[in-house]
Design a protein. Structure first.
Length: 228
């Protein structure tokens, strides 16, 4: 079915890592479309290439062949500056470990990417406070990451990823480091925020219960992205 422009479109993407004998092929002419507003779970065994796929989709790694379109824009010919700019404006990335800046408060961690993008301080702070409040952290704005629980830290990381109102959210096992109860809570908050913002999300998870809450589930088989 033809709809609007995909938020993310991988076309014939190849990615391999050199080895002493034959190269290790992770993605082999993989195609994948993620539509605006769609939440898709990426569920695949360890080592099949989930992180590789997310890094290529998030313009953190270049594919060896093929094209990655973000919001309809082809990225293969962009230089590093162009890729960084597109990543900053269009893509939010949540990692398994939060990677928050330890000496900055929860609020400041969410303000920072907006300031880098050039937003005035007051606007950035308002947006950060609003996001963190939505994420249930309204009473934790001034806490340093070290003063927050694992689930709270990960919610701040989600806020940071959403700070610049991306149209595409990529998450690499965002709750993989949390206990089951906290994991469910953080995941639900992430889904609620994604739904409220109408963005497209591709979320890698090992947790099938969480994956079922998404619109669609895909896996990686023989280097291709296929329905689970
Ligand atoms: N820089 C690299 N150089 C060589 N091989 C790599 C490199 N990065 C990843 N690989 C290999 O590519 C394969 C896919 O790695 P990737 O991290 O994408 O898997 P994954 O599905 O995310 O795994 P996990 O669920 O364990 O995080 C693995 O076999 C890994 O060892």
């Amino acid at each position: 079915m033809q709809r609007e422009t995909p938020a993310l479109f991988l076309s014939q993407v190849e990615r391999f890592y050199p080895q002493t004998d034959a190269p290790l092929e992770i993605l082999r002419k993989a195609d994948f479309a993620l539509w605006p507003g769609e939440l898709v779970a990426l569920v695949a065994p360890s080592g099949t290439g989930k992180s590789t796929l997310l890094h290529v989709a998030g313009l953190l790694e270049k594919p060896d062949a093929g094209e990655v379109f973000v919001g309809g824009m082809a990225t293969a010919k962009l230089d590093d500056k162009g890729r960084t700019r597109l990543r900053r404006t269009e893509i939010g990335f949540v990692y398994q470990f939060h990677h928050l800046l330890p000496e900055f408060s929860a609020l400041e961690n969410v303000v920072l990417p907006q300031r880098i993008r050039g937003l005035p301080k007051q606007l950035a702070e308002e947006r950060a406070a609003e996001l963190l409040t939505f994420l249930g952290l309204g009473a934790r704005l001034d806490h340093l990451p070290g003063e927050l629980s694992g689930g709270e830290q990960q919610r701040v990381a989600i806020g940071r990823a959403m700070a610049n109102t991306p149209r595409l959210l990529l998450a690499d096992e965002p709750t993989g480091n949390l206990d089951p109860h906290t994991s469910l809570h953080v995941f639900s908050t992430l889904v609620a925020l994604a739904r409220a913002s109408g963005l497209a999300a591709l979320i890698a998870t090992h947790n099938l219960d969480l994956a079922r809450r998404m619109d669609r589930q895909v896996t990686i088989r023989d280097g291709l992205v296929v329905p689970l």
